[in-house]
Structure formats: C-alpha cells, structure tokens
Design a protein around this ligand. Structure first.
Ligand code: PMP
Length: 379
C-alpha cells in the first residue's frame, strides 16, 4: 500500500534535488566554511554567502536586510526574543517590562520565546488599537498552521498602526507558500524553516534588518562568532551575521536549502499554491459529503476538520492504518484552538507532490472511520 503523505504543514515532502545536494556536500566537499584556507572550505563558505543572497531575493528583501542561519523558525524567534532584551552587555533595545504583542493564531514557537522572557505579553485577539497600544515588539503569524489563513493584509495594517514598533512575522507556513515581499510588508524581521518548503530539516533562519541585527544579543557564544579571545577581559565579537551564528553551521542543510530556494525561484509560487489549494478544495468538497465530518477551516493547502463522536487522534489512527499520514491534536497552537472553542482537530495539509489519487485515498479512508470506530452513521 503506497503511503499518502498529507502532513506537509508539519514538514513538507522534500524536493529531491535539495536532499541530493545535501548528501553530495558531505561526499564531495565536507569542509567547515569559516577561516578555511583550502579550496573546499572556501567553496563551502561561498555557498553560505550565495544562499544568503538567494534568500533575500526569495523574500524580496533589499540590502537593508541580512540573513542569520538558525536551525529553523523556533530558534530564530528565540534569538529575537532573547536578543532584543536590553542588558549590561550593551545589546538589546527593550526591557522585560516592554509590551510585546503576538497574535492568538500564533504557533507555540511564536508565543513561548516571548512569554518566557517578558512580563507583559499580550496575545491579541482583535489586533485593534487597544491591544496594540504602546507595543514595542510585535510578532505575528504569516500563515496559520491551523487554518492556512494568510495574514498579509493584517501585517500591513499593523505596520501602519504601529510605525515605530519592532514588527516581525513567523513565516514558517508562509515562505514559498504565498507571495512574500519584505519591502512591501515593511517588517523588521521574519523567521522561517527550510523543511516547511522542501529543504532539509535543521536549517532555517531569520531575515532581519541589519540595523536591528546589530543590536541583537547572540543566543550562543563560542567559535566562529568571535574575532579575538584573551584569558582576561572581554572577547571581541565578530560582525553580523557571523556574530549571531556561533558554532559550525549546518552546511549540508544550507546546500539543500540553497537548492530548494532555486527550485522556488524558478517557479511561479502563487500558481503552484493555487494548484495545491485546488486539490485541497476537491478534498473538501468530497469530505463534506462524508457523514459526521465538520470542516472547521480550509485555506491554501490546509484543511482542518473534526468528525462527530470520534476523537481526532482516533481519526488520525484509522487514517494511519489506511496508509494516510495526517496530524491531529492541538497542532502546537493550543491557545488558538481553545479560543475558537474547537479543542483538538485533524489537519490535512497538501503539497505540490500530492495528486488526485491522494485525495481519493483520503476521502475513502475518512469515509471508513465511523464504521471502524463502531460509531453509527448520522447525518
Ligand atoms: N510557526 C509555525 C506557524 C509553524 O507551523 C511551525 C512548525 N509547525 C513553527 C513555527 C516551528 O517551526 P520549526 O519547528 O521548524 O522551528
């Protein structure tokens, strides 16, 4: 039985070339990029810089931005939350008591990095003037991992309402899934994960205004981020971006990321997204006819539903037994699911690598859930 993978919002099916170049890096190059005087090290370093440039192009960011590599969105948002806090080391721009606003649709990765470090974090539900009042840092969801909703308009509105706040966006579900234009959004930073758009896991980053990156405290200290270290006194730290990238980078991942970015740069992202969304619409239309299915949200590649009298985990288990991989539960967005009064859900998320046969397999498997769970069919 062929497995049907419909959990692309958790991690997208990999672009074959992206994982091939990752493996090839280790086979053919395998050098640590910084400070290497030999050819392969220079080659690796060149790829790192080329990848930064490609990412800026992908996000339509001008030279006022730079790229900091991290393991992904979660680490990038922790770097921002920690780095912005003013300290006696001269880094940071806000205090623990500063007002930080995140949106209710946020993934836990956009809530907890701030909640753990700041005393005044507002989880905004309306994003109105009252909630945004005196906000010094605002970190918003680009595209919801629960509903697939695209918040581009909201981000632009918030920028207008709060021209002075530090404004960032969690683009884990956004980059390569819709059109991204940092110049138009006028944001200060965005966080992304390569694995959400076909690159390997363990590589992602922060695209951030250079001026702001200069002020960020490093999250990690160690090799590669320092110019000079003496037993006494303070080390002299490297310039950005290296200052914020302590330790050996995931270069294999960067090779893969670079190739995944090439893939998306060579395509019309909106057209690809439309194709995926049409496939999901087809699934929605057919699922709505299955007794007991209640569709809660359906936008872009994502469809979220519940089935009457069957717990989402049981739905996902029956689907798994039929070779269909979907996600169930709170989707790392518990405040939002509770706020909506939904509780746990089942999420199906498509990618460009799915096809209509996958839709049929999904519908067939969902249709069998109630009977397999011994629940009577109701309309
Ligand atoms: N934000 C959103 C909206 C996400 O969907 C995810 C991944 N589920 C993350 C942040 C965290 O991404 P990562 O685990 O790659 O750091």
């Amino acid at each position: 039985m062929r497995e049907v993978y419909l959990d692309n919002a958790a991690t997208m099916t990999k672009i074959p070339e992206a994982i091939k170049v990752e493996a090839e890096f280790y086979e053919l190059v395998n050098a640590n990029p910084l400070r290497g005087l030999y050819k392969k090290s220079v080659q690796a370093e060149t790829e790192v810089e080329v990848c930064r440039k490609k990412l800026l192009k992908l996000a339509r960011a001008d030279e006022s931005y730079t790229v900091i590599f991290t393991r992904g969105t979660t680490e990038a948002l922790n770097l921002v939350a920690s780095g912005l806090l003013r300290g006696s080391d001269g880094f940071g721009v806000v205090s623990k008591n500063s007002r930080v606003v995140v949106d209710i649709e946020s993934h836990h990765s956009n809530i907890l990095p701030f909640k753990q470090r700041y005393k005044n974090v507002i989880i905004a539900k309306k994003m109105d003037a009252r909630e945004l009042f005196a906000a010094e840092v605002i970190s918003l969801t680009g595209v919801s991992n629960v509903t697939g909703k695209d918040f581009t308009k909201r981000i632009k509105k918030v920028r207008k309402m709060c021209p002075k706040a530090i404004l960032g966006v969690d683009m884990a579900q956004m980059l390569c899934h819709t059109s991204v234009d940092l110049k138009a959004l006028k944001i200060d930073f965005m966080a992304f994960s390569g694995h959400k758009f076909g690159a390997p896991m363990g590589i992602g980053g922060l695209v951030i205004k250079k001026e702001l990156a200069e002020k960020l405290r490093p999250l990690f200290y160690g090799g590669e981020m320092v110019e000079a270290v003496s037993p006494e006194g303070k080390p002299s730290l490297a310039e950005i971006p290296e200052r914020l990238e302590a330790g050996t980078l995931n270069i294999g991942g960067i090779y893969g990321l670079s190739r995944a970015v090439d893939f998306w740069l060579s395509r019309d992202i909106l057209k690809e997204a439309l194709k995926v969304s049409k496939m999901k619409e087809m699934a929605k239309k057919r699922l709505l006819k299955v007794p007991g299915v209640k569709v809660l949200a359906s936008n872009g590649p994502i469809l979220t539903f519940q089935m009457k009298d069957v717990h989402p985990h049981d739905v996902a288990q029956v689907l798994a037994d039929s070779g269909i991989s979907v996600r169930a539960g709170y989707l790392c967005a518990e405040p939002f699911l509770r706020y909506k009064g939904w509780g746990p859900v089942v999420r199906v998320s498509f990618s460009i690598f799915n096809n209509l046969e996958d839709v049929s397999r999904l519908v067939e498997a969902v249709s069998s859930v109630r009977e397999k769970m011994g629940v009577k069919n109701v309309r």
